[in-house]
Design a protein around this ligand. Structure first.
Ligand SMILES: [Zn+2]
Length: 405
C-alpha cells in the first residue's frame, strides 16, 4: 500500500452559509485535506506518551524504535505543497528520563528548528547539540529530557487562534480600536478585523497576516506594528487622527488550528487565491476591505501582509511601478536603513498580477505600495520587535507627510 493511500482523505462537500455579497450566490467549497487523528500515542513499557490533542498540533504517527527511542511521522495536509514542514507535539513520561525523537517527513523536508516549552507559553530553542539533522536521510533526531510535566515541541512558539484572539480582545478595549467579525472560515471560526483610528479619517491603511499557518514570526511583526500604532505618543496619536488602519490578523484560522503547513481546509494556498477568490476566507477579507474603501472621500495609502520565510525580506513593487504615495517604499526602506545601520535590508521588487498574491491584487486595485513583510522563520523575537517598532514609526511619519500633500 502506498503512503498516500494510507492517508485518510476526508472529502466533504458542504454549502457555506456565507451571506451572499451583492447578489452573488453562496459558494460550495469542498473540504479536501488529510486530517490528523487527534490522539495520544502510549508506550507503556517506556512510560512515554506523545500527543497532538491541542490547537496547532501536527503529529501524524509515532512508533517506538528502541528502549527510549521514538520515530515520529509528520505529513502535510495535502500535496503538492510548499515545503513549510510544520510540526508540533507534546510529550510526557512517568519518570524523568532522556529520550530521542526522530522526525521523519512524509511529503516534505525538515525546515523549522525545534523550540520547546513546559507551559505552552514560554518557549526556548532546543540547544543545537540536542538535535541532529541528517540531510541524507532527511530526518532530525531530537534529544529530549522528559518527565511528568508536558513538554511541548514545535517548529516555532505556538501563537495560534486562542493567543491571537485574546491579544486582539485585549486591544479592542482601547477607545480607538473597534473589532468586528467580517466572516467565517470553512470550519466556522470567526475572521475578525480591527479598525484602529478615530473613525472619521478617509485615509486608509490595510494590514493582514497569517494566510500561512506556521508563520509565527509574521504574527510577531503584525503584533508589534499594531502595538506601535496604538501607543500613547505624539506620533501615534496624530497618526490615529489622520489614518484609519484596518487589520485582519488571522486570515486562515482553520489552517492554524489544524497545524497545517500552508493551506486552508480546501487544501488551497490562500495567498494564491487573490485572483479567482474561490476560497471563503480570501473572498470575505476582500469584501470587507473593499466595503470600507468604498466610502466617499476614502483614500487608501498602503497595504502590508506579514509573513515568514527563510530570511527577513521585503517583497515590494519596483521603484518604476507608479504608486500613491509616490516613492513611498524607496523612502521608507531608506529611512529604515539609516535607523538600523546594522540590519541588512533585503528588498525584492516585482509585480505580476497573475500570481494571485494579496500584494499583487492590492497593487492592481489601488496602485498603493503593497508589501509582503517577511521575517525569517528563526528571526529572534526581540529583533522583530525592534525592527518592526522602528519601521512602523517611519511608516507613520511618511504617511502623515503624504496625507498633507
Ligand atoms: Zn507566507
Amino acid at each position: 500500500m502506498t503512503r498516500t493511500a494510507r492517508i485518510v482523505l476526508l472529502s466533504v462537500a458542504f454549502l457555506l452559509a456565507l451571506s451572499p455579497a451583492r447578489g452573488q450566490e453562496p459558494v460550495a467549497v469542498q473540504e479536501k485535506v488529510a486530517l490528523q487523528q487527534k490522539r495520544t500515542f502510549r508506550f507503556e513499557d517506556a512510560g512515554v506518551r506523545f500527543g497532538n490533542e491541542f490547537s496547532g498540533a501536527r503529529l501524524n504517527g509515532c512508533t517506538q524504535v528502541g528502549a527510549n527511542a521514538f520515530q515520529l511521522v509528520i505529513r502535510p495536509e495535502n500535496t503538492p505543497i510548499n515545503n513549510s514542514a510544520w510540526y508540533a507535539f507534546r510529550v510526557t513520561a512517568d519518570a524523568p528520563k532522556t529520550i530521542t525523537a526522530t522526525l521523519t517527513y512524509d511529503g516534505g523536508r525538515h525546515r523549522y528548528k525545534p523550540r520547546v516549552s513546559h507551559n505552552g507559553r514560554d518557549w526556548r530553542s532546543l540547544a543545537t547539540d540536542r538535535y541532529i539533522h541528517d540531510r541524507d536521510e532527511q530526518t532530525v533526531t531530537l534529544t529530549l529530557d522528559v518527565d511528568t510535566r508536558p513538554l511541548w515541541v514545535a517548529g516555532r512558539d505556538l501563537i495560534g487562534v486562542a493567543q491571537i484572539e485574546s491579544w486582539a480582545g485585549r486591544l479592542a478595549r482601547k477607545p480607538f480600536i473597534r473589532q468586528s467579525t467580517i466572516g467565517k472560515s470553512m470550519r466556522g471560526y470567526p475572521i475578525r478585523m480591527m479598525e484602529i483610528g478615530n473613525g472619521k479619517s478617509p485615509n486608509l491603511v490595510f494590514v493582514i497576516s497569517r494566510q500561512h499557518p506556521p508563520e509565527v514570526t509574521g504574527t510577531l511583526g503584525l503584533m508589534t506594528f499594531v502595538s506601535k500604532l496604538s501607543a500613547d505618543t505624539a506620533l501615534s496619536n496624530r497618526f490615529r487622527e489622520r489614518f484609519l488602519t484596518l487589520v485582519v490578523p488571522l486570515v486562515n484560522p482553520d489552517g492554524v488550528d489544524a497545524g497545517h503547513w500552508r493551506h486552508n481546509m480546501a487544501g488551497v494556498d490562500l495567498n494564491r487565491d487573490w485572483k479567482d477568490f474561490k476560497q471563503p476566507e480570501t473572498r470575505q477579507v476582500r469584501d470587507a476591505l473593499l466595503k470600507r474603501a468604498a466610502r466617499p472621500e476614502t483614500r487608501p495609502f498602503l497595504f502590508l501582509d506579514f509573513h515568514s520565510t527563510r530570511r527577513d525580506v521585503f517583497y515590494t513593487q519596483k521603484d518604476a511601478h507608479p504608486t500613491f504615495p509616490e516613492n513611498f517604499t524607496r523612502d521608507w526602506l531608506s529611512a529604515l536603513g539609516k535607523r538600523f545601520p546594522d540590519y541588512q535590508i533585503r528588498r525584492t521588487g516585482s509585480h505580476d498580477p497573475t500570481t494571485g498574491t494579496s500584494k499583487g491584487w492590492f497593487y492592481e486595485r489601488f496602485k498603493i505600495p503593497s508589501i509582503t513583510y517577511e521575517f525569517g522563520d528563526h528571526t529572534d523575537a526581540e529583533l522583530i520587535r525592534r525592527i518592526t517598532g522602528g519601521s512602523t514609526e517611519e511608516i507613520m511619519k511618511l504617511l502623515l507627510v503624504a496625507a498633507d500633500n
